[in-house]
Structures are given as structure tokens and as C-alpha cells.
Design a protein around this ligand. Structure first.
Ligand code: SF4
Length: 416
């Protein structure tokens, strides 16, 4: 695409530039700075309230992102979690529907994508997806999480949008009433590009077909320099912000993710998390719900393309490093993101359970059929039962409850 602003609303493109906080060199006093304290936490939150892009926010965020696993970090994150959301652990009964892995991009970390006709390629029919949706409903699911590769053949009557609308309507017909959490910012922009129509028309068209919320995937790391190495064909960090601003302003909530543990530095992580705060503030200023949760996605190298795997030099996540980042993210995102979710697929359920002691309050979904990360060689499995998730929470002596996608009580209206 020649014009990166094409399809995104002009206001969102301008606002994305204000919200996207670029990585800066770490201030000299950060390295070796003394341990994080409740006072520093208050100072950071005061700075973020004024301006997440200010030098003071940057210095304090950088300092937090350099805190080691030992010391006050974990207890402070755990305490802040308790203050913001209490002791209860939540989870959602959902099913993943990855409808195709045909993809025209070649992200350096992706073991999921295939060219059409290549071994391991798949593109499920609507009938096959309906069968899975129906089974999910019978198993008590409240949500279908629908994502796929960027498949230019996925069209109906020549239109990409019509195909995606038909997909939503098909699964709704098979499983009425399930919340449709679907299509990453990259997929939404892809549909707009394919049909050469404004992103807003795509969002509204999908909402009319039943779209309920949007996964905040494809964010990877919101740092243009990292993205140039990791996923140069993917939407840029500024485009991701622009799409998310339009999604939120249209009244849809999204999740927020950070893929970590590969090439990124603490400065990239700080920039990413500060940008998420800026985007959440933009949503709240317009009295829309914005992000519903933050999900840390550790990089899985086992089956990833060799070039990146060899650069990173690790097949499975460094658990201590990811738990440390879990606690740092809880403290940085503070009241802007009260819900924090580890990935049991990437960390294993034991690792995700441990993350509940490092600032997390949610165990995510049952998934029933995880494909993307399992193809990358993750060891957490492809499904969890509600009993297994509940047992994990109870092993820490914490109460546990099923939730809706948007953190409402099951059987009642979603919380905003
Ligand atoms: S991460 Fe997504 S966009 Fe990138 S290659 Fe894989 S399926 Fe395609």
C-alpha cells in the first residue's frame, strides 16, 4: 500500500501519531536504579495522568522496566492487583475458530501461515465452522474468538467484507447468542485494503453482521524499528493505533497484547505500554470502553522460522523474565488496565497459575481448539476445561468465576 494513511479516518491517523510513543534512549540514571517502591509507583501514575508521553513518564517507566524479579516488584504488583480487582480469578468459556491459515504475509515469528496448496494449509468451509460453533455452544461457550490469515481469496461476490460478514452470520446462525470476538486490527485493515473502502465502513459492516469486540493481536511490539525486523509487511505501529482508535470510537471494546521475549529491548516495551495507556486515555475521554484487558504473549520459538529462532536462541519463553514483565506491566498499566491475563498456551497452565501471583487476575479462555501458538511449538496444549482453570485458581486459595468476554457476570449484561 503506497499511502499508509489510506482507509484510516483522517482524525484517527492524526490521533494515532499523538498516541504512539516512540522508544527513546534510556536515561543514564535508569541502569542500576534502586528498587521500585510504592512512592515511585505513585509518581509514575501521576506522570501518566498528566501525559504518558512526557519525559517524566518515560524516565519512571524506564526505571520500572529495569526492575529485577527479586525485591519489591512481585509483592507490589500482587498488592496492586488486589487493590484494583480483588482476589477473584476469572475465565471465559470460549472456542477459537481459526478459519484459514492462507496468508500473504511472512512475519518472521509465524509458524501458522501457509501458501494455498502448501502442506499444512487449511481453509475451513462455513459448514465446518458452523459445526464447531454449534459444538462450542453445546459445551457452554459464551464466546467465539475468530481470527485467520490474510487470505486474498476469501471473497464473496468479489468483496472481502461480504465474505467476513457472511462468516459471522454463518456461525451466529449455528450458535445464536454467542459473543463474536473477531478479527485483529490487521485483518480489519486488510479487508479495507482488499475492497478499497474506508475502514469505518468495514467496522460498521462487521458490527451489523454481529461483531461484538476485537482481539488486540497484531500489535506485537508497537515500535517501528522492531516491526521492521519482525513483521515488515504488517500494518505499522501507527496504523495499529489508528485502527484501534476507530474500533474503540465505534463503540467496540478490544483487548491489548504485547508479544515479548524476542528482539525487543526494555525501551521498546516501555514505549508499547505507554502507548497503550495513551490509547486507553483517548477512549475514556470519549466515554467508550476501550481496552478490556492486557494480555502478555511470550514469544515461542520452537517451530518459528529458523532465522528469528536462531537470533533469539530460545525455543520456549524464559519464565522468570516473562513473570517479571507481567509484574512490571501490572504496575505501569495500573488503573488504565485492571484486567491482566497470562497465556496458558504459551506459559503452560502451571506458568499461568504462577502469573496470578505476579499481577494477573484472569486465566483467559478455554479455547477448545488453539491452533496458532500450538503450531509454533508451545507446550501449553490446545484446550482447557473450566474445571482445570478453576482448580488452578483454587490452588492459590483464590475464588474463581466464569465471566463474559467483557468481564460481566455470566448470564447478565457485560461490564463496561
Ligand atoms: S502473524 Fe498473521 S499476518 Fe503474520 S504471517 Fe502469520 S498469519 Fe500472516
Amino acid at each position: 500500500m503506497s499511502d499508509p494513511a489510506a482507509w484510516i479516518a483522517p482524525w484517527a491517523w492524526r490521533e494515532a501519531d499523538r498516541c504512539l510513543i516512540p522508544p527513546r534512549p534510556n536515561p543514564p540514571q535508569v541502569a542500576g536504579a534502586a528498587g521500585w517502591t510504592a512512592e515511585l509507583q505513585q509518581q509514575l501514575q501521576g506522570a501518566l495522568r498528566s501525559d504518558p508521553g512526557s519525559p517524566e513518564s518515560w524516565v519512571l517507566a524506564s526505571r520500572l522496566l529495569h526492575q529485577p524479579a527479586h525485591g519489591a516488584l512481585r509483592p507490589l504488583a500482587d498488592q496492586r492487583r488486589q487493590q484494583l480487582v480483588g482476589e477473584r480469578v476469572t475465565y471465559v468459556v470460549n472456542r477459537n475458530l481459526n478459519f484459514t491459515n492462507h496468508c500473504l504475509q511472512h512475519c518472521s515469528f509465524c509458524a501458522f501461515r501457509r501458501d494455498a496448496g502448501q502442506q499444512g494449509a487449511f481453509w475451513h468451509s462455513f459448514e465446518a465452522l458452523q459445526e464447531r460453533a454449534s459444538l462450542a455452544a453445546q459445551a457452554g461457550a459464551t464466546e467465539l474468538c475468530i481470527q485467520g490469515g490474510l487470505n486474498p481469496e476469501a471473497r464473496l461476490e468479489g468483496s472481502s467484507l461480504r465474505y467476513y460478514q457472511a462468516l459471522l452470520r454463518a456461525v451466529q446462525a449455528a450458535a445464536p447468542g454467542l459473543h463474536l470476538h473477531a478479527f485483529s486490527p490487521q485483518e480489519l485493515l486488510f479487508i479495507a485494503e482488499q475492497d478499497e473502502r474506508p475502514l469505518q465502513a468495514v467496522i460498521e459492516g462487521l458490527m451489523a453482521a454481529g461483531l461484538g469486540s476485537v482481539p488486540g493481536t497484531a500489535a506485537e511490539v508497537l515500535s517501528e524499528s522492531v516491526r521492521r525486523q519482525l513483521c515488515p509487511e504488517k500494518l505499522s505501529a501507527r496504523q495499529w493505533c489508528g485502527v484501534v482508535l476507530q474500533v474503540h470510537r465505534s463503540g467496540l471494546a478490544s483487548t491489548a497484547t504485547l508479544m515479548a521475549g524476542h528482539l525487543e529491548q526494555p525501551a521498546d516495551r516501555a514505549a508499547h505500554l505507554l502507548t497503550l495507556v495513551a490509547l486507553q486515555q483517548a477512549a475514556w475521554q470519549h466515554q467508550v470502553s476501550g481496552f478490556s484487558e492486557f494480555v502478555l504473549l511470550p514469544f515461542i520459538g520452537a517451530q518459528a522460522p529458523a532465522a528469528l529462532r536462531q537470533r533469539v536462541g530460545r525455543d520456549q519463553p524464559d519464565r522468570t523474565a516473562m513473570l517479571t514483565l507481567t509484574a512490571q506491566a501490572r504496575l505501569l498499566l495500573d488503573r488504565w488496565f485492571v484486567n491482566h491475563q497470562p497465556s496458558w498456551v504459551k506459559l503452560t497452565l502451571a506458568g499461568a497459575t504462577e502469573a496470578l501471583r505476579w499481577g494477573c487476575n484472569d486465566l483467559g479462555g478455554t479455547l477448545m481448539e488453539e491452533t496458532i501458538t500450538s503450531m509454533a511449538g508451545a507446550q501449553g496444549g490446545t484446550a482447557q476445561t473450566p474445571d482445570a482453570l478453576e482448580a488452578a485458581a483454587r490452588s492459590l486459595g483464590r475464588p474463581v468465576a466464569q465471566r463474559t468476554t467483557l468481564y460481566g457476570e455470566v448470564g447478565s449484561a457485560p461490564c463496561r
